[in-house]
Design a protein around this ligand. Structure first.
Ligand SMILES: C[S@@+](CC[C@H](N)C(=O)[O-])C[C@H]1O[C@@H](n2cnc3c(N)ncnc32)[C@H](O)[C@@H]1O
Length: 465
């Protein structure tokens, strides 16, 4: 592979005698990875049912390699059931190493298309809140789809400039991930087009952007909270340089150890102005040391603020809405779900019914793609459940289900949007909303009458043949 000359020279200087081993990797095939959605299935269970050959990624407990030249895991009903996400192995590391716990308030500042946000959401296991943001509205649409496919309901999907969010979320979050826009040097093998982009917008351009994003994000982290910064580039200015800038502006941040793996390489104190030894705790991923493309990670903890102590965190909760009774048809539908709903968290806007995360600040004038779990729509008083709700439910939580084995050709028919005959599975008098599952994992809803099931799978998500 012909690398840009300036890049090659820079890498020679960075890697010294390791450069030849690094350069030789460009003649090797790229790695393909798949990450299990642990909010839907355990790793052990997935290994039992996985229809293609996989081998563990040693530093990611729910990550596996697959052979991308032979297999197409995105064209499988389990993918449509949200059981896994396809992701380059080194890119799994940031969300894995940010210690998110159920109940946390988590922000993913640059989240689209959701490779990391889907893992952060899965780690929350339905409690707390994930705010997934991306400045690009078109990319945020893909992010929303991936989060809904994963069954994440306790979330907001926003498309905002991070500086605007600081006014709403000052010191609000427990954990923040910044997977920054970068010059992408670690992705040259996976996607050679990145080299052209690098020549147009190199490290200097991205460094300026990263400096503004990290300092804006810093204001949204509560004291004691943790921030993980990552890039898929090798450039020192964009990596150690950005973290050094953050720590100069916000001295209350300290660099923390990242759970180790033998293939990780230490960050470089010599690449950071000031050269503090702590930069060794940051991690560089190189393809000649491990089976992944290339990444940089720094985990930081925010101490008590030195200058902004006692500042108002801007958190003014949405005034609780007067609790109106829910429409009858919605009330009836919810009786079929074995889950306790908090009446104060329903939010009906026009025809749409949402179930909101708890303790959100008032968010007027923020560009949303989604706020909360879209439960469904009220059409002339009739409630129609959404695709997002189907993906958010477990089979055991819903009273009426049609569970098809993978081998049943009605699975693909359902995903294509076709009407199904299911009189062999339900009594002739049964009717109403059914949750259609494959091997026990929900795919979507259908409406049954007289042994025929009208397909309610979201048209935009259909299986394309
Ligand atoms: C490396 S990608 C993120 C990949 C994503 N975290 C994932 O794992 O799928 C960087 C993202 O940052 C977004 N971006 C660029 N500038 C931004 C800004 N100022 N604020 C927020 N997002 C930005 C881009 O649209 C892009 O989607």
């Amino acid at each position: 592979m012909n690398l840009p000359k300036a890049f090659e020279e820079k890498m020679r200087a960075l890697l010294g005698e390791e450069f030849d081993a690094y350069a030789a990797c460009y003649d090797e095939p790229r790695y393909y990875g798949l990450r299990v959605n642990t909010s839907k299935i355990s790793v052990e269970e997935f290994q039992k049912i996985c229809p293609f050959s996989i081998t563990p990624i040693p530093w990611i407990k729910n990550g596996f390699y697959y052979d991308g030249e032979k297999e197409s895991p995105a064209k499988h009903p389990y993918y449509f059931a949200g059981l896994y996400y396809l992701q380059e192995p080194s890119a799994m590391t940031p969300a894995d190493r940010l210690p998110v716990e159920p109940g946390d308030r988590v922000l993913d500042v640059c989240a689209a298309p959701g490779g990391k946000a889907t893992e952060l959401g899965a780690k929350l296991q339905g409690s707390g809140v994930l705010v997934a943001n991306d400045i690009s509205n078109s990319r945020a649409k893909g992010l929303l789809k991936n989060l809904e496919l994963f069954g994440i309901g306790n979330m907001l999907v926003l498309s905002e400039e991070p500086g605007k969010l600081t006014g709403y979320f000052r010191e609000y979050f427990d954990k923040i991930l910044i997977d920054a826009p970068c010059s992408g040097e670690g992705m040259f093998r996976k996607d050679p087009k990145m080299m052209k982009a690098w020549e147009e917008h190199g490290p200097e351009f991205f460094s300026r952007l990263q400096r503004s994003i990290v300092t804006q994000a810093a204001e949204m982290l509560r004291p004691g909270g943790m921030l993980l910064y990552s890039t898929c580039t090798f450039d020192a200015l964009e990596n150690e340089g950005t973290i050094a800038y953050l720590m100069e502006k916000y001295p209350e941040f300290e660099i923390c150890e990242i759970r180790p793996y033998e293939g990780f390489t230490h960050g470089r104190p010599d690449c950071a102005p000031g050269g503090q030894a702590d930069f060794r705790k940051t991690v560089r991923i190189f393809p000649h040391h491990m089976k992944g493309e290339g990444h940089y990670l720094a985990l930081l903890k925010k101490g008590e603020a030195k200058e902004t102590e006692g500042a108002d965190n801007g958190l003014h909760s949405e005034p609780s809405k007067a609790k109106k009774p829910l429409p009858d048809d919605l009330e009836m539908f919810l009786k079929g779900i074995k889950r306790t709903f908090d009446p104060g968290r329903f939010d009906i806007r026009g025809e749409r019914v949402y179930y909101m995360p708890q303790d959100l600040p008032a968010l007027s004038k923020v560009r949303f793609l989604r706020s909360g779990l879209l439960l469904g729509e009220l059409k002339k008083g009739r409630f129609e459940p959404s695709q997002a709700l189907a993906m958010n439910l477990k089979k055991e939580e819903y009273s009426q289900t049609i569970d098809l084995p993978l081998s049943d050709d009605r699975v693909i028919k359902y995903l294509k949007g076709e009407t199904l005959l299911v009189d062999d599975l339900v009594g002739s008098k049964e009717k109403g909303w059914y949750l259609v599952c494959v091997d026990g994992y929900p795919l979507g809803f259908g409406k049954l009458a007289g042994g025929t099931m009208k397909n309610k799978y979201l048209p935009g998500w259909r299986w394309q043949s």
